[in-house]
Design a protein around this ligand. Structure first.
Ligand SMILES: Cc1cc2nc3c(=O)[nH]c(=O)nc-3n(C[C@H](O)[C@H](O)[C@H](O)COP(=O)(O)O)c2cc1C
Length: 398
């Protein structure tokens, strides 16, 4: 067949177009292969609607009446400390180390005489005691607060710890009865082991001012009871008279459990806690619900850790929403990291399943952060893994 030069040119064009088409099909195919390989490698999606704790909060709060939503999510006065608790984590950058074999990541820590994963929950009410997230081989730690609407006695097999949960004092003539906020620390193997420690909330001599409760005319749901406080009766008052030299010896006389102070935020008080031989401190500002204007707990942790380190174990809470937040708190000296609102959002989203989802998300995020930062164990995480950006934009190692 004869081809004119025009035909030839057209033909050449046709073939080169065909070649281009085939090449791009092959390229697209290879690209798909590559993408699916990457996709195969990504973390499993636990819930298509909830990939992060931020998603969990949104899902949990979507249909929640404003009165309850604000009660859980807001805090004292202008919410400055509340917001700073979360913002503080973004002020720290992670300094990753590479070429370290991170095929095996161990999340366990060593505290309360057990080996839980390095974070835990504090809970306030409607808690299904000792009944969540048993899937992990390591124990999880929970705090059961005196306000809990389940009786602490229901899961107490240890024979000690129970009486102090009802700690209250006659106020010698004034009206009302004074009492302390206590949190019993337990684990998911609680039925066998009993309580591990008792946390005394030392940041509540009086209650902070939470404006949302006034604006929304907050009321507790009908029928909610506090079975742990039945002995206290009407006219409950916080104990504004609480002091180091009376409270700690009295608690020691009442319980064999470890005694921890929750709500310590200044190095001077860390030194006093060591002096009074308490078993541990929790750096906390009550999730921004007490004194607005105090530092973010992450900043307090950095301030307090040098006094505490090696002398007294440090628990930490406030604003933790990601696995990388847990990493940063551990790097700044926390031995164990607690969360308050996260399990509440989990419960509101899907009950027990929602709390388990939160646990899994945070476990996966912490494991990934540790691997990418070059840390195989919790003990390997240290201040050297953190930096801050100075005002002039220069990265500064801690
Ligand atoms: C609704 C609600 C009620 C709380 N009640 C108490 C309490 O009675 N005693 C206490 O020590 N802490 C209480 N907390 C504070 C938590 O124990 C914890 O310190 C705080 O929530 C941690 O901050 P996060 O929520 O940002 O994790 C409460 C927190 C929330 C959200």
């Amino acid at each position: 067949m004869y081809l004119s030069s025009d035909d030839k040119a057209n033909n050449d064009n046709f073939y080169s177009n065909q070649l281009l088409l085939h090449t791009s099909i092959i390229f697209a195919f290879l690209q798909r292969l590559l993408i699916s390989a990457v996709i195969m490698n990504r973390l499993p999606t636990l819930d298509p609607h909830v990939l992060t704790i931020a998603d969990l909060k949104e899902a949990a709060c979507h249909d929640m009446p404003k009165m309850y939503r604000d009660y859980y999510n807001e805090g004292a006065m202008d919410l400055i400390t509340l917001k700073d608790n979360e913002a503080a984590f973004n002020r720290y950058k992670i300094r990753p180390r590479v070429m370290i074999n991170v095929a095996k990541i161990d999340l366990e820590t060593d505290i309360f005489g057990i080996k839980p994963s390095s974070y835990a929950w504090t809970r306030t009410s409607r808690w299904r005691i000792g009944n969540i997230a048993r899937s992990s081989k390591s124990e999880r730690v929970y705090g059961i607060i005196s306000f809990c609407d389940k009786s602490s006695g229901r899961c107490d097999r240890s024979g000690h710890g129970q009486p102090i949960f009802h700690a209250h004092f006659d106020d010698q003539g004034q009206s009302g009865i004074q009492w302390w906020t206590l949190i019993l620390i337990t684990t998911d193997k609680v039925t066998a082991a009993g309580y591990k420690a008792i946390f005394l909330s030392v940041d509540v001599p009086v209650l902070g001012q939470r404006l949302n409760e006034h604006k929304n005319k907050f009321e507790l749901p009908e029928g909610l009871e506090w079975p742990n406080l039945t002995a206290v009766g009407e006219g409950l008052e916080y104990d504004a008279t609480i002091e180091w030299h009376t409270a700690i010896p009295w608690m020691r006389s009442q319980t064999k459990l470890e005694i921890w102070l929750k709500g310590v935020a200044s190095p001077e008080d860390v030194a006093l806690a060591i002096q009074h031989k308490v078993d541990g401190i929790m750096i906390s500002n009550h999730g921004g619900r007490q004194l607005d204007g105090v530092p973010a707990t992450l900043d307090s942790l950095r301030d307090c850790a040098s006094v505490a380190k090696g002398k007294i174990p440090i628990a930490f809470d406030g604003g933790v929403r990601r696995g990388s937040d847990i990493f940063k708190a551990l790097a700044l000296g926390a031995d164990v990291v607690f969360m308050g609102r996260v399990p509440i959002w989990g419960l509101a989203y899907k009950g027990q399943q929602g709390v388990e989802l939160a646990v899994k998300i945070l476990m996966a995020e912490l494991r990934m952060t540790m691997a990418l930062a070059g840390c195989r164990t919790v003990k390997e995480i240290n201040r050297g893994h953190l930096a801050v950006l100075k005002g002039d934009g220069v990265l500064c190692k801690l």
